[in-house]
Design a protein around this ligand. Structure first.
Ligand code: S3P
Length: 450
């Protein structure tokens, strides 16, 4: 059963070779942070290439509730006039983050050391996701929270009036938790330190520096990295250029590998090592991906990719690589279904607490399309059927999860029979142009009963 009142099912059918140079929308992680740091800075921040999708627009609306002035020029430039560190106003309404775990967790961090009280909520998917992982470290700064059992939304957070700086070791590899602690540390006097045993995406650290904060990063041996921030800096408005989102690029990229005869160009793909795990794994599987024109744009390494369809072979992914491709496992599982041999993915515990229980949703989806797989608490094994061997024909339940929907639509483009997903509505949270963009490349989609 679908979780939305008006589900939008869609079927993806076997397609001719995909071709073109699709425009991938801006990176979701960087877009949230550009708005938040702009709102905490003094003066004007301009943002080019912002992801104009549900999750990010909800963050913009929340920041407006907290007093930031955020506008969009007709040419797509976003302008933010911030309130300064510690300057958030108390919101007069509930803050609704829709489907976005990143939005709500980062914003809880951002207000945890300001003397305001705010109530946070989200959609049915977000209200099932654990917030305790940020509430616990935020309470160490002096923030108080009251919410449902298990730290579920809706919950009310009262920011600390006299915050203390904190040293916190991440118990889970999560950039959202790291970022919530660093954002809280911004308005605490003294030095806040986060120790991360495994490297997670580092956009917050990069952006803190870009806006003028002092951040030091030290290797602490087997404990990982210690990221320290000097509290109460003055952040100054800056220009931000958001690169395309590699997690969104992953869908047309894998589609081009799987649909025979495809050849696709992808421009400005971000190669930040904390985000590039999928490319490394696909290359190991024999994917034909060539890189050119590697360069630095707005502090991030980007390159142009040429992707050509071809046979893939199974692989094993180790837990250490998981944080650098945490959002890409659903589409990797689809690629594994079309590979020769059995692929095993390890270190997947965090997939259980994404927009859906992604491990269970992927395993169920693979079953629907005729693929044998086995899963444990934190691993998945997929028995690949080779380039032309995936039966397809099933109806996949997306559980309000954009990445489950896009992954199984991609599967349908190369499977023997069309694959239906029960609801495509949530694709707009991260990639509103996905369906028309894929159609332009040659993908065949059909609305059931249309
Ligand atoms: C994100 C961090 C990751 C990722 C999410 C975006 C971020 O979540 O899954 O899509 O922007 O910090 P976790 O921090 O929970 O791993």
């Amino acid at each position: 059963m679908s979780a939305t009142a008006n589900p939008q099912p869609l079927a993806a059918g076997r397609s001719p070779g995909l071709a073109g140079n699709p425009r991938i929308p801006g990176d979701k992680s960087i877009s949230h942070r550009a708005l938040i740091f702009g709102a905490l800075a003094v003066g004007e921040t301009t943002v080019q290439g912002l992801l104009e999708a549900g999750d990010v627009l909800n963050t913009a609306a929340v920041l407006r509730e907290l007093g930031a002035d955020i506008t969009r020029d007709p040419d797509g430039t976003w302008r933010i006039h911030g309130v300064g560190v510690g300057g958030f106003a108390e919101p007069s309404n509930v803050l609704d983050h829709g489907n976005s775990g990143t939005g709500v967790r980062l914003m809880m961090g951002a207000i945890a050391t300001s003397p305001v009280c705010a109530t946070f909520t989200g959609d049915a998917s977000l209200r099932r996701r654990p917030m305790g992982r940020v509430l616990e470290p935020l309470s160490r700064f002096g923030a108080e929270t009251m919410g449902r059992k298990g730290g579920l939304l809706p919950l009310t957070l009262k920011g600390a009036a006299n915050p203390l700086p904190v040293t916190y070791e991440l118990p889970v590899p999560s950039a959202q938790v790291k970022s919530a602690v660093l954002l809280a540390g911004l308005n605490a006097p003294g030095r806040t330190t986060v120790i991360e045993p495994e490297a997670t995406r580092d956009h917050t650290e990069r952006m803190l520096r870009h806006f003028g904060a002092t951040v030091s990063i030290a290797d602490v041996g087997p404990q990982g990295r210690a990221i320290s921030l000097d509290g109460q800096p003055m952040l100054t408005g800056r220009e931000v250029v958001v690169p395309p989102d590699p997690s969104s690029a992953a869908f047309p990229l894998v589609a081009a590998l799987l649909v025979p005869g495809s050849r696709l160009s992808l421009s400005r793909v971000m190669l930040n090592p904390t985000r590039a795990g999928l490319l490394a794994v696909l290359t190991r599987m024999g994917a034909r991906i060539s890189r050119s024109n590697e360069r630095i744009e707005s502090g991030e390494t980007v390159a142009d990719l040429e992707v050509t369809a071809g046979a893939l072979r199974a692989t094993t992914t180790e837990p250490e690589i998981a944080p650098s491709m945490i959002d890409e496992f659903p589409i990797l599982a689809v690629a594994a279904a079309f590979a020769e041999g059995t692929t095993r993915m390890n270190g997947l515990a965090e997939l259980r607490v994404k927009e859906s229980d992604r491990l269970a949703a992927v395993a169920a989806g693979l079953g629907e399309i005729g693929i044998t797989c086995r899963m444990g608490e934190d691993w998945l094994e997929v028995d690949g059927r080779g380039a032309d061997g995936v039966p397809g024909g099933g109806r996949v339940t997306t559980h309000m999860d954009h990445r489950i929907a896009m992954s199984f639509l991609v599967a349908g483009l190369a499977a023997r029979q069309a694959v239906t997903v029960d609801d495509t509505a949530f694709i707009s949270t991260s990639f509103p142009t996905f369906i028309p963009m894929m159609e332009k490349l040659g993908a065949i989609f059909k609305r059931p009963n249309a």
